[in-house]
Design a protein around this ligand. Structure first.
Ligand code: OAA
Ligand code: MG
Length: 219
């Protein structure tokens, strides 16, 4: 199944984010643990790959990094049964769910959508495609994130509240999942970045990523 999936970030499908899927992150933001997955979308135009910098969105004063396991869909499905969900996975990717926390806080207060906080250009940096066969258990992978060499996040996918088969099944009841779609499975914690910072992330011994942060003007 891997072929074109290497280039999934260029193929322009949807990105479904799962929010508050780790207790530590819900707690640090003072948010309730969701009873069902909390979903949001990022447009495919938010993808970047290594070599392209993360641009702080115009007017944002609090840009957060969220290191996450991304699940890349390989087979189309609607109402996918949980027991069959893993057959719809092509592979995985190490991703950053960049979040304009100040925009999101305003949206939360006003009850308005999160699109601007989550969906801006460069808001979804990703690493290399990892074929499904390379990961025997996606629910036991270390995740870490450093900013300018200092450790800011450390977690393990075993702490996900809603696991991948359930997420695929739940999401596909509302959004048909298609090849090259990506599910961001949630962050364990988060911290902020500023112009000039370098973000590095890792997924067990499977993937590492490195992205520079630039200002809204591009420098
Ligand atoms: O913006 C948030 O904190 C929600 C989210 O994406 C996550 O929990 O990973
Ligand atoms: Mg997130």
């Amino acid at each position: 199944m891997s072929g074109n999936f290497v280039k999934f970030a260029e193929l322009g499908r949807k990105i479904v984010g799962v929010g508050r899927n780790y207790r530590d992150h819900a707690a640090e933001l003072g948010s309730a643990i969701p009873e069902v997955p909390l979903l949001f979308m990022k447009p495919a135009t938010s993808y970047i790959t290594e070599g392209t910098p993360i641009k702080i969105p115009k007017g944002c004063t609090s840009l957060h990094h969220e290191i996450e396991l991304g699940v890349v869909i390989g087979q189309k499905g609607t109402d996918i049964p949980e027991g069959n969900a893993m057959n719809h996975v092509a592979g995985y990717v190490l991703a950053l769910d960049m979040t304009a926390r100040d925009f999101q806080n305003v949206a939360k207060q006003k009850g308005t959508p999160w699109d601007l906080a989550k969906g801006f250009d460069t808001g979804c940096p990703v690493g290399k495609f990892i074929p499904k066969a390379s990961i025997s258990d996606p629910h036991n992978l270390e995740l870490w994130c450093k900013v300018n060499g200092a450790l800011k996040q450390k977690g393990n996918t075993k702490d996900m509240i809603f696991k991948i088969p359930y997420l695929i099944s739940y999401i596909s009841q509302y959004f048909t999942l298609e090849p090259y779609d990506m599910i961001l499975t949630g962050t364990c914690r988060c911290k902020w970045v500023s112009k000039g910072d370098v973000i590095q992330g890792g997924l067990a011994n499977l993937a590492e990523i490195k992205f520079k942060v630039v200002g809204a003007g591009g420098s």
